[in-house]
Design a protein. Structure first.
Length: 186
C-alpha cells in the first residue's frame, strides 16, 4: 500500500454512483485490514481533486450527493452528449430485438400478427423501432379495419450490414445440433 491516493482514485473511478467517504474507508479497511482516519482519506481526496482540476484532464472529481464521483468537465458536455445520443439510438432491448426479428422475417406484418407470435403487447417496442427508424410503415392491410403494415427500413439494412431481407440468415442456419433438445428421431 504505497500510495493510498491511487486506491481511492480507483475506487471512485470504478463506482457508477457517487461514493461516500464511509464506503471508501470501508473498502480500504477491508482490503488492507487496518484502520483509516477520515481526515487522511479526505486529504487524499482533496489531492485527487486538485490533480484533476488542471487543464490537462477532461474529467474532474466532484462532491455530489454526499459522495465523490468523476464527471466530465462542463466544456466537454456537448461532445459527450452527442456520443450518448448516438449510443442511445443503437441500444435495443430484448423485446425490441424480438419484435424487429419478427418484422424482418414476416414483413409486411401487422402489429397484431407480431403480438400473436410474441404473445405480448408490442406497442412500446414498435414505437421505439419507429423512433429509431429501424422499421417503417409500408402500407395498410386489406384485413378488416385495415391495420398498418410494418417492414424494415433502409437504416435497418445499414445497421445490420445487409443489402436486402434476402440476406437475413435462414431459420435452418440458426438452428444446429448443439442447440437441439432431446434425441433426433426419424
Amino acid at each position: 500500500m504505497n500510495n493510498i491516493e491511487l486506491y481511492i482514485e480507483a475506487l471512485i473511478f470504478s463506482s457508477e454512483q457517487s461514493l461516500r467517504l464511509e464506503e471508501i474507508i470501508y473498502c480500504l479497511q477491508s482490503a488492507f485490514e487496518q484502520d483509516f482516519d477520515d481526515q487522511k482519506v479526505l486529504t487524499c481526496i482533496d489531492s485527487i481533486q486538485k490533480k484533476y482540476h488542471q487543464d490537462d484532464f477532461a474529467i474532474e472529481l466532484v462532491k455530489l450527493n454526499n459522495g465523490y464521483q468523476f464527471l466530465t468537465k462542463k466544456q466537454f458536455h456537448k461532445v459527450v452528449g452527442l456520443l450518448q445520443a448516438q449510443r442511445a439510438k443503437k441500444k435495443l432491448s430484448q423485446a425490441a430485438m424480438e419484435t424487429l426479428a419478427i418484422i424482418a422475417y414476416k414483413q409486411p406484418v401487422t402489429k397484431t400478427e407480431v403480438e400473436q407470435i410474441r404473445g405480448v403487447n408490442c406497442d412500446y417496442s414498435i414505437q421505439k423501432l419507429l423512433e429509431k427508424e429501424l422499421i417503417t410503415i409500408v402500407g395498410k392491410s386489406e384485413a378488416i379495419g385495415r391495420p398498418i403494415l410494418y417492414g424494415t427500413s433502409p437504416l435497418f439494412m445499414d445497421y445490420f450490414g445487409i443489402n436486402s431481407a434476402d440476406e437475413l440468415p435462414q431459420i435452418k442456419e440458426l438452428t444446429s445440433e448443439a442447440t437441439a433438445i432431446g434425441e433426433a428421431t426419424e
